[in-house]
Design a protein around this ligand. Structure first.
Ligand SMILES: Cc1ncc(C[n+]2csc(CCOP(=O)(O)OP(=O)(O)O)c2C)c(N)n1
Length: 683
């Protein structure tokens, strides 16, 4: 005689099996093994309301092992999210709400896009950070309007990935006690037994990170799982990892505990054998017993109840703290407050100039307090990237240290702090930023040297895919960083970031353009923005002589133009190379050459402009064009065409002072002028 819980667990299992079989594609093994822990978590602990998946104080659930999507879709359908059985039957099909891996924005209730192993883990860390930060700022005694857990299911593969280790180390340091992960310890991966590759003591490793760890030997023992989650909740100072020994493909007579069941349908015969083995009717497919359905759907009433309780708490909070509630609502609406950019710095023309990284630091510090939703930091590079928000405090566990710690940012110490010290963990930083953005209420930013954006690329890609409002500040943006040499000098990075769909890359030329770029970054809500900053000083352009910096918001604009007649040559430059381009333009003009300088700070923003604007800036008939950018020329032919010339650097840099390198590699007005002349005489 099966208990109702066992019936529910088998319902999840068999739905997943049928989904994968129907699609003839997918991963049945993980859902079959992990169904009991998922069932316990979702029906006994998870605070959620299927009819209102975005309710702000819901618990967050991340399926880090995203290949087990059939598990998540089964749970979403069964508990009453807007995911009808039709969608379950259309698993992995064109236009369905049940894509191969869970996709945020596509399926109600999917908190994060997962599938690249390891990423969901730090996403949850980001969510837990956001929760603690908002709780510290908004909760008041008796009014805990921010008070939820972040749960996840992680797999062997997740825990093998380095990004999870980085994030686990930081989560332990930060004492994120409301983060609880269940480890689907089935000891099988895609290509074989974990024994081939993964024999370390995982729990000891997590213990060393400062996690609270527990182990359950029988993955079908739901009481043990329940007790462990309850114990994890009680442990408030440490994040929790609960290892649950499961069996991949549980119930399949031929395939349980084999790697074949990880990522391939069982096949009709084995589906039938598995169903018989678990006491399940072979037909109909997608069978959901009424009793199990009713049990799962209790989530609707329970969800409505907890949300209602929260809503009334919110109302009385609003009576006691009307200003705070207004601020909370504003944050959750993801809109910057009116006049948020008041007091944003305007820089006077200055031929000596200022590095855009330090202009950026000044801008951030001017807007941070008024915005009050900016939170982030650097991967141990604050003194170089200039991204500390002074006075806004350190996001640190309250009891852990204090202002005497070197490198601490002036301001309070505790979860209310807006400065997150990520340590030397670029990859986790990127994925944690995604988690903070997914949580809602905050605009996360992260900074490092442009060359190290490679270390966080998987996270940037996912931020773009999810259209998250994340801001990256990448400094030391070219060979001009100098003596650190080619290991630190970005070459292909601008081009490779531009290749990520949905990422907006902006490379301002001077301090005032940095201000404009930040304005775009704050207001841009359709995906991440990468701000690319110089290490070296660059002149502050005299805008009485040249066009205003506000042109940056259009991506490209005519900065200088020699007269009414059409130019003979167009120089297209970005960032620090706008300055030698301007110098070359002046020299060319003095020699009677009609030139135009187009400052193309952002390809992506330019592409969004109407056709007539784009052809005004770059008239199609004008084929003599030169791009100037201290990076790979890859991609520039899109704008300079077959008849153009690209001044760039298609090899690694060298260790020498920045000025010398710029000279040696041709980023001087003299060289640009020579190239102008050469292009003009070219047939
Ligand atoms: C970053 C990344 N590398 C490789 C893969 C391909 N892949 C999908 S699942 C998997 C391993 C599966 O092992 P585990 O995480 O233990 O899941 P289980 O076999 O238990 O379902 C691999 C290598 C991936 N999804 N992401």
């Amino acid at each position: 005689m099966k208990t109702i819980d066992e019936l529910c667990v088998n319902t999840i299992r068999m739905l997943a099996v049928d989904m994968v079989q129907e699609a003839n594609s997918g991963h049945p093994g993980m859902p079959m093994g992990a169904a009991p822990m998922a069932h316990v978590l979702w029906t006994r602990f998870l605070k959620h309301h299927p009819q209102n998946p975005l309710w702000p104080d819901r618990d967050r659930f991340v399926l880090s092992a995203g290949h087990g999507s059939a598990l998540l879709y089964s749970l979403l359908h069964l508990t009453g999210y807007d995911l009808p059985l039709e969608e379950i039957k259309r698993f992995r099909q064109w236009g369905s709400k049940t894509p191969g891996h869970p996709e945020h924005n596509e399926t109600p209730g999917v908190e994060s896009t997962t599938g690249p192993l390891g990423q969901g883990f730090p996403n949850g860390v980001g969510m837990a950070i956001a929760e603690r930060h908002l709780a510290a700022r908004f909760n008041r005694p008796g009014f805990e309007i921010v008070d939820h857990y972040t749960y996840g299911i992680v797999s062997d593969g997740d825990l093998m990935e380095g990004v999870a280790s980085e994030a686990a180390s930081l989560a332990g340091h930060l004492n994120l006690g409301k983060l609880i992960y269940l480890y689907d310890n089935n000891q099988i991966t895609l290509a074989g037994e974990a024994r081939l590759t993964f024999t370390e003591e995982v729990l000891k490793r997590f213990e060393a990170y400062g996690w609270h760890v527990q182990s359950i030997q029988d993955g079908n023992d739901m009481d043990a799982i329940s007790k462990a989650i309850a114990a994890a909740q009680k442990e408030t100072a440490q994040p929790s990892l609960i290892s649950v020994r499961t069996h991949i493909g549980y119930g399949s007579p031929q395939k349980q505990d084999t790697f074949e069941v990880h990522g391939a349908p069982l096949g009709p015969e084995e589906v039938a054998a598995t169903k018989k083995n678990l006491g399940w009717p072979v037909e109909p497919k997608f069978y959901i017993p009424d009793e199990a359905f009713r049990q799962f759907r209790k989530a609707l009433d329970q969800g409505a109840k907890v949300e209602k309780e929260w809503q009334s708490k919110r109302e009385s909070y609003g009576k006691a703290y009307p200003e705070l509630l207004k601020e909370w609502d504003r944050l959750m609406s993801s809109k910057p407050p009116g006049g948020w950019d008041k007091g944003i710095p305007i820089f006077s023309p200055d031929p000596k100039g200022v590095a855009t990284r330090s202009a950026g630091g000044q801008v951030m510090n001017a807007i941070g307090p008024r915005l009050s939703c900016l939170i982030g930091g650097s991967a141990d590079l604050n003194p170089s990237t200039n991204t500390a928000l002074k006075g806004l405090g350190n996001f640190q566990p309250p009891q852990s240290g204090g202002q005497e710690v070197q490198g601490a940012v002036p301001g309070p110490w505790g979860y209310g702090g807006a400065n997150i010290a990520f340590g030397v963990r670029e990859h986790a930083m990127g994925s944690i930023l995604n988690g903070v953005a997914l949580h809602g209420g905050l605009i996360p930013y992260g900074s490092t040297f442009l060359v190290f954006s490679d270390y966080m690329r998987p996270a940037i890609r996912l931020a773009s895919l999810m259209k998250l409002h994340v801001i990256y500040v990448f400094t030391h943006d070219s060979i001009a960083l100098g003596e650190d040499g080619p290991t630190h000098q970005p070459i292909e990075h601008l081009s490779s970031l531009r290749a990520i769909p949905g990422l907006t890359v902006i490379r301002p030329a001077d301090a005032n353009e940095t201000t404009e770029a930040w304005k775009v970054a704050v207001e841009h809500q359709r995906g991440p923005v990468a701000l690319i900053m110089t290490r070296q000083v660059v002149p502050v352009i005299d805008r009485s002589k040249y066009s205003p910096a506000s042109g940056v918001c259009k991506g490209a604009y005519i900065l200088a133009d020699s007269g009414e007649t059409k130019p003979e040559i167009i120089l297209i430059a970005t960032g620090s190379e706008v300055h030698p381009a301007l110098e070359a333009y002046e020299k060319a003009r003095a020699e009677g050459i009609k030139a135009r300088v187009v400052n193309m700070a952002s390809w992506e923003l330019f592409e969004q402009q109407p056709e007539n604007y784009r052809s005004e800036v770059l008239p199609p008939q004008n084929r003599k064009r030169i791009s100037i950018e201290a990076g790979s020329t890859h991609g520039w032919h899109k704008y300079i065409g077959l008849d153009g010339d690209a001044i760039g650097i298609d090899h690694f840099g060298a260790s020498a002072p920045g000025k010398v390198l710029l000279e040696k590699f041709g980023f001087t007005s003299e060289n640009i002028l020579n190239r102008i002349k050469a292009l003009l005489v070219r047939k």
